[in-house]
Design a protein around this ligand. Structure first.
Ligand SMILES: Cc1ncc(COP(=O)(O)O)c(C=O)c1O
Length: 321
């Protein structure tokens, strides 16, 4: 939903800059709207596009590298190839690929997108939190030049579900898209209903505020560092287990690994889940079955990591296989 909010603000603002008032004129006959996405974008971006009335034909997919980062040369080529001069182009980047945790190289990509007049949106569902840690914030370098960002407080910050955040550089763009109005409403000047799809909604900001207020800047930093530390501990342990291949080095909080054969990998994931040791989700990466470990709980301890490693070592030992 937060991706949808940002992308709909982007569309409205880009059309307005082209002299097209979407709120008055609708979409029929408008300049074309084009969404440029990475090959390894999250599925929720495609779904948000559908909400916006954009189909596959309106979407340009840009190639990514082996870890899922959008390739700058491929973005430049894709934007150069766009022939319609007045197209409203939204480039959608990603902070934290859901399997590998990879971050798009924002400092390279955003200037390319901007030089083509595009709006840049960053889906940072979990990855944007890397900016809170001086040890990890280099992963997000250049991200501040974007026009809109999304992140989830229900992931890294550990507040209850449903606390996605949509952040737009210029509040006027959000208001122009979402303000509904109504004489009976008690306006304070700037109200949440001016910048979101709903008028009536839970005060999701309260648990987010409470978590931020109690953790403080240092607490959030420590939380992010701890999640990353857990990922590195798991990675180091996995590399020491014979037969386990770590598929990519965890830049942030995701660790992905596989066994020699896809069936064995999937079976290991099922067994660990049944035993109740850890929730490793099965997935596919570049055509191979993998197990995906996403560090996102503040209570996960070194002991939990070590228990998980012990279970993996036991279940992959030649005696068991
Ligand atoms: C990169 C990315 N974008 C978007 C989403 C969707 O977020 P939500 O589950 O809060 O709708 C996720 C969820 O895993 C994600 O990892």
């Amino acid at each position: 939903m937060s991706n949808f909010v940002c992308l709909s603000v982007a569309r409205h603002a880009l059309l307005r800059r082209r002299g097209w008032d979407f709120t008055r004129q609708g979409l029929a006959g408008s300049p074309p709207v084009r969404l440029v996405v990475g090959r390894d974008r999250h599925g929720s971006v495609d779904r948000a596009a559908r909400f916006l009335g954009l189909g596959v034909a309106d979407t340009v997919v840009v190639d990514s590298d082996t870890d899922g980062r959008m390739r700058p040369d491929a973005l430049a080529r894709a934007l150069d190839e766009q022939t319609t001069a007045d197209a409203a182009t939204i480039v959608c980047l990603q902070a934290g690929e859901v399997h590998t945790g990879a971050f798009d190289p924002f400092a390279e990509l955003i200037p390319i997108a901007k030089s083509h007049g595009a709006w840049v949106h960053v889906d940072g569902a979990f990855g944007l939190w890397a900016a809170a840690s001086p040890r990890l914030h280099a992963l997000t370098w250049g991200v501040d030049a974007a026009d809109s960002w999304t992140t989830d407080a229900h992931k890294t910050l550990n507040v209850p579900y449903d606390c996605g955040m949509a952040i737009v550089r210029d509040p006027a763009d959000s208001i122009a898209m979402f303000r509904a109005g109504g004489d009976y409403l008690m306006y304070t000047g700037f109200d949440p209903w001016d910048v979101t799809p709903e008028l009536s909604r839970r005060a999701r900001g309260v648990p987010v505020w409470a978590a931020l207020a109690s953790l403080g800047r240092e607490g959030v930093e420590a939380l992010v560092d701890r999640l990353h530390g857990n990922a590195r501990r798991l990675e180091r342990g996995l590399r020491a287990i014979p037969g386990v291949t770590v598929v990519c080095t965890p830049d942030f909080t995701q660790v992905m690994f596989r066994l020699h054969d896809d069936d064995a990998t999937q079976e290991l994931g099922r067994t660990i889940l049944q035993e109740g040791t850890a929730a490793l989700t099965g997935a596919h990466w570049r055509g191979r079955a993998v197990l995906r470990c996403s560090m996102s709980s503040w209570v996960t301890s070194d002991d939990d990591i070590d228990l998980t490693l012990a279970a993996i070592a036991r279940l992959t030992s030649p005696a068991v296989i």
